[in-house]
Design a protein around this ligand. Structure first.
Ligand code: PEP
Ligand code: MG
Length: 586
């Protein structure tokens, strides 16, 4: 039976493929295909892992203290039995032989199938056996993770089974999402998350269709179901009828044509009809993304989210040299174009992994979005902060670098940042390490920063508006919480007024201002931001051509005239649509 699940559209386009259900705790399991002729070797890997787990369980049982409760030995027997049970052992082999999954992926896929079957059992005792299956699977995955994977043959990652695959999970952490760059999945669905949650942002940067906040999706979808992910409408169609499937295949072809058409704009200068040059920059998460930025026609990086270097580190933060190499690689990758490196913005929905949190004794805050995030955390770890500043300064010897400070709210934060920069420069100078002078800018993403911008500008060379957080903090809406996603409203008059004021104030002060939040890459706001006086946008590389198309067709002078009425309107979105109908060439 075909059903539809509704969520939030976060990454455009249509994906059609078979569902791969992954438990949130297992998202970081390696997912790759093995070529058919290597299936036997992969099954042997699985068998070896199974033998190791069996030996572990047997030893555990043998070494149980004599006074241990009898249930413990019985439980270990159950685990041993499950390990060899054909529903786990044979069926896992099936995923390797038939679907060409690697061993870890096969174990996790079959565990999902079994967990679902247990969930549906009437008998409570049997339902609880699900935990046993999961524990056995965790042991197997643990052993496989330590064992050497089969060396990937050239092109193995590209080798796909017959059907395209889409990933369905309750949640995917932003750092885990990153590992899917260039992976086998052609679309994503998650149960939780808001439109500007970092998981959604990373999904968008992968430029494949995605729907988040689909609440029940991972419960309703079964392993291997056929899914359509409509990333434009936020709809997931499970087991579509042939007619619906054909309709979506048609839309897929249409959007491929549209993309090819937009691609032709890539290397055109972005200038409005009335001759205003507009700078289009890229947001990147990893140094390797510089290539996509260049290919998309970006004239620099407006936001390098350095925090992704700090995630999934198993208790160890990147040291100065490692960071320097990453920044240098991004800078060199941009061939002389400016790269804006944002200092680490850890916290809220971008947590450090548990081990690192423990090492740093940086326990989870009660209210993480309002807690020790971003510059607050950096200033509370002065040695770590100076290390990062030195790494950024060192990279400036290889190209044009700017440093951007996230979540500034207090003037004291500006002063302490300046002191940290001065100290880092002094250390490098004393050590004879080359660097260039760099501009230091502030993210305007807390309403306090927007309102006190004239004072802040005395301390900073430029500003970048983080609309994702600015909306979150202005409207008191958790951007990662799908249950309040309908209240997360970029069109709210208070939000628009703040953005317009920031752009006007910075322009009047002669300071460079750009917008690097998701609004910059959203075509619905392209002309509005232009009317506000914005001349620098930073977005995912994949969004660049669509925004450029809007810029090329816009008359900024005429748009600016209509701005005041829109800002004063009770329904700015409707008022602006009316304006666009009359002032742009469509
Ligand atoms: C923002 O808040 O708009 C922004 C660009 O930063 P991030 O999304 O990483 O919080
Ligand atoms: Mg932010």
């Amino acid at each position: 039976m075909s059903i539809q699940v509704f969520g939030l559209p976060v990454s455009r386009g249509v994906a059609i493929g078979r569902a791969v259900l992954v438990a949130s705790s297992r998202v970081d399991v390696a997912h790759y295909f093995v070529e058919p002729e290597r299936a036997e070797a992969e099954i042997a890997r699985l068998r070896q892992a199974r033998d190791v787990v069996a030996a572990e369980l047997t030893t555990l049982k043998r070494e149980l203290p004599t006074d241990a409760p009898g249930e413990l030995a019985a439980l270990l027997d159950v685990h041993l039995m499950l390990l060899h049970d054909e529903t786990l052992a044979d069926a896992t082999k099936h995923w390797i032989e038939e679907r060409h999954y690697n061993a870890e992926w096969a174990v996790s896929a079959q565990t999902e199938v079994l967990a679902r079957q247990f969930d549906e059992m009437e008998d409570e005792y049997l339902r609880e056996r699900k935990a046993d299956i999961e524990q056995v699977a965790e042991r197997l995955l643990g052993v496989l993770a330590k064992a050497q994977p089969l060396p990937l043959a050239a092109g193995a990652r590209d080798f796909a089974g017959e059907d395209p695959l889409v990933l369905v999970a309750n949640d995917i952490a932003p750092a885990d999402m990153l590992q899917f760059k260039g992976s086998v999945f052609t679309g994503f669905v998650t149960d939780v998350g808001g439109r500007t949650s970092h998981t959604a942002i990373v999904a968008r940067s992968l430029d494949i269709p995605a729907v988040v906040g689909a609440r029940e999706a991972s419960r309703l979808v079964r392993q291997d179901d056929w899914l359509i992910i409509d990333g434009d409408a936020g709809v997931v169609v499970v087991n579509p009828s042939p007619i619906v499937l054909e309709e979506y295949r048609f839309r897929q072809r249409q959007s491929a044509l549209e993309r090819a058409r937009l691609d032709r704009l890539r290397h055109m200068p972005s200038v409005t009809l009335d001759g205003q040059a507009v700078e289009l920059l890229a947001n990147i998460e990893l140094p390797g993304d510089a290539a996509a930025a260049l290919a998309a026609g970006a004239v620099g990086v407006g936001l390098f989210r350095s925090e992704f270097l700090f995630m999934n580190r198993n208790g160890e933060l990147p040291n100065e040299d490692e960071q320097f190499e990453a920044y240098r690689s991004a800078v060199e990758g941009m061939h002389g174009m400016p790269v804006t490196i944002r200092t680490v913005d850890i916290g809220a929905d971008k947590p450090l992994d548990r081990l690192t949190v423990h090492e740093l004794r940086h326990e989870h805050a009660l209210n993480p979005a309002l807690g020790l995030r971003a510059i607050r955390w950096s200033l509370s770890e002065p040695a770590m902060f100076r290390q990062q500043i030195r790494a950024i300064l060192r990279a400036s010897a290889y190209g044009k670098v700017r440093m951007l400070i996230p979540m500034v709210a207090h003037l004291a934060e500006a002063r302490h940042t300046q002191e940290a920069v001065a100290r880092a420069k002094q250390q490098l100078t004393e050590a004879g390490v080359p660097f260039n002078d760099i501009e230091v800018g502030a993210m305007v993403e807390i309403p306090a920063a927007a309102v006190s911008l004239p004072q802040l500008l005395r301390y900073f060379d430029f500003v970048s508006v983080g609309t994702n957080d600015l909306i979150q903090y202005t409207l008191a809406i958790d951007r990662a919480d799908e249950s309040v996603a309908h209240l997360y409203d970029p069109w709210h008059p208070a939000v628009l007024r703040l953005i317009a004021d920031v752009i006007a104030t910075a322009n009047a002060a002669g300071k460079h201002v750009s917008v690097c939040g998701e609004m910059a890459g959203d075509v619905a706001f392209a002309e509005l931001l232009l009317a506000m006086g914005l001349r620098s946008y930073s977005m995912h590389p994949a969004q660049l051509s669509s925004i450029k198309q809007r810029i090329l067709r816009a008359d900024s002078t005429r748009l600016a005239v209509a701005l005041r009425a829109t800002l004063a309107s009770d329904d700015p979105a409707a008022e602006w649509r009316r304006v666009l109908g009359g002032t742009t060439i469509i």
